[in-house]
Ligand binder design. Structure first.
Ligand SMILES: Nc1ncnc2c1ncn2[C@@H]1O[C@H](COP(=O)(O)OP(=O)(O)OP(=O)(O)O)[C@@H](O)[C@H]1O
Ligand SMILES: O=C(CO)[C@@H](O)[C@H](O)CO
Length: 457
């Protein structure tokens, strides 16, 4: 009987669990369970989802690791009780706190140099400032601050409070370059110190589950995806989940004072420069509501319209955006005329708007990639696959459908179990090529720049 390991992806909309052979990475079983919607969530709901998705799977594993949505603020008291609902990465209430913290601690360049990133409302540090200001009683009760994956790892067994450098690098109070917490940043935001998890070395064994499986440190979901894909320097991955992310692995940390590129650490001891948008797969679901169709129907409609949707452009910043940093923005539809007002053009504008935001994200990472690797829920959409090369201007490879975040966590679990990062075979993929259609990005950029002054007002 092959030895099995389990990987968990506790992401924004759901928990996914995969059970794999430790030696080869072959998936022998998988399951998923949904999370409640919204931008704040009781951590117990993630535990319930993990218990449901992991039923009959986790206990077959000799090692387990959890990858989770980055940045979420989980605050617990002295007894380990959760103090309030977690605020998630896509909760924008702390946008003003991000602005004041940037100013107070030396400006964007100083933040990028010290923490690798210029914080937006997504970063944990800004959420702690919000908590201190708006809920002083809850802030006073807070003994320790964890990330979603830290809390789940703690719930799974004897690891205690532990994290890894990948997820720690999304807090705003950790130095990815030095591998140390930055208590000055935490104190500046929160008004006092709080207990933080220990930062485990990549691939360390950090504890045991009640059934005797090894616990690995886990990581953030994007770091998990990089591990699951076996991403190498030079590759660029784009994930179209609830968030849209573009990232690459690098031997060196990145420092971007503009704030577009977050200089995260990865889960292997390297770095993960990443650009995140808040509007990806949900742009398509919003479009299905407008059009009275499903995701399949949306795809067929989009593919029946020409590139540029006859001048109809959707700037898809539905509930605020992070790149560009417009936390208070909403979506804007521009260029509607009596002749282009078709369902097909609207469907195409939604797909193009989402992809154009990600193409800009790829640009921020620098250089022109040879190809883009497309993953996440919306990568299974046919229109997305076919239109993506037109927008990115390079071929797009969609690896075989799999839960790459959970797979990355499973690979880390195998690492903790055996002491070696296993060399699982890269998933074969389908590559899509197409003629670059610059009109799509021109329309997006024009509308993005025109609306900039609205967000400044
Ligand atoms: N065929 C499809 N076409 C378009 N969108 C799809 C399709 N299948 C799934 N999706 C969308 O993918 C999304 C879920 O993707 P995924 O599981 O990658 O998200 P997530 O892990 O919750 O997000 P994140 O990684 O940002 O936390 C849902 O919004 C769903 O509607
Ligand atoms: O905020 C980010 C990345 O910085 C999101 O991708 C979350 O990790 C949710 O997936």
């Amino acid at each position: 009987m092959p030895v099995l390991v389990a990987g968990v992806d506790s992401s924004t909309q759901s928990t996914k669990v995969v059970l794999c052979e430790a030696e080869t990475g072959k998936v022998v079983a998988q399951a998923a369970a949904p999370h409640p919607s919204g931008t704040s969530c009781p951590p117990e709901a993630w535990w319930t989802a993990l218990s449901r998705a992991g039923k009959d799977l986790l206990e077959r594993a000799a090692a387990v690791a959890v990858a989770g949505q980055q940045h979420g603020m989980v605050v617990v008291d002295d007894e380990g009780e959760v103090v309030r609902n977690a605020l998630l990465w896509n909760d924008t209430r702390s946008a003003p706190h991000a602005r004041s913290l940037i100013t107070e601690l030396g400006g964007p360049a100083a933040w990028a140099r010290t923490t690798g990133s210029v914080p937006t409302a997504s970063f944990t540090v800004t959420k702690l400032r919000w908590l201190a200001e708006h809920e002083p009683a809850n802030a006073a009760r807070t003994a320790a601050v964890l990330l979603p994956h830290d809390w789940l790892t703690w719930k799974l067994g004897s690891a205690g409070y532990v994290t890894d450098r990948g997820d720690a690098s999304g807090t705003g109070y950790y130095s990815p370059a030095d591998g140390t917490w930055l208590p000055t940043h935490l104190e500046a935001a929160f008004g006092r110190t709080a207990r933080l998890p220990r930062v485990a070395a990549p691939g360390a064994a950090v504890g045991e589950t009640p059934w005797g499986a090894i616990l690995a440190p886990g990581t953030g979901d994007n770091m998990g995806a990089a591990l699951g894909l076996g991403l190498r320097p030079g590759d660029v991955a784009v994930s179209l989940g609830t968030s849209g992310t573009a990232f690459t692995v690098s031997e060196n940390g990145s420092v971007d004072p503009s704030g577009a590129v977050a200089g995260f650490a990865d889960a292997t001891g390297r770095f993960l420069p990443l650009v995140c948008t808040m509007n990806a797969a949900r742009v398509l679901t919003a479009a299905t509501s407008l059009l009275g169709t499903d995701l399949h129907g949306l795809s067929a409609l989009a593919l029946s319209a020409p590139p540029g949707a006859e001048g109809l452009t959707l700037l898809p910043y539905l509930d605020g955006e992070r790149t560009p940093n417009r936390p208070d923005a909403n979506g804007v539809l521009r260029g509607l005329t009596s002749s282009n007002a078709t369902r097909a053009n609207l469907a195409r504008a939604a797909v193009e708007g989402m992809l154009a935001g990600l193409a800009e994200a790829v640009n921020h990472l620098g250089g022109t990639p040879q190809r883009v690797i497309l993953i996440g829920g919306a990568a299974s959409n046919e229109a997305v696959r076919l239109i993506a090369p037109e927008v990115f201007g390079v071929p797009v490879t969609v690896p075989r459908a799999a839960e790459y975040v959970a797979l990355g966590a499973a690979r880390q679990a195998a690492w903790a179990l055996t002491g070696d990062l296993p060399d699982w075979a890269a998933a074969p993929g389908e590559t899509f090529s197409g003629t670059s259609q610059p009109v799509i990005r021109q329309q997006y950029r024009t509308l993005r720049d025109e609306t900039e002054k609205w967000s400044a007002q």
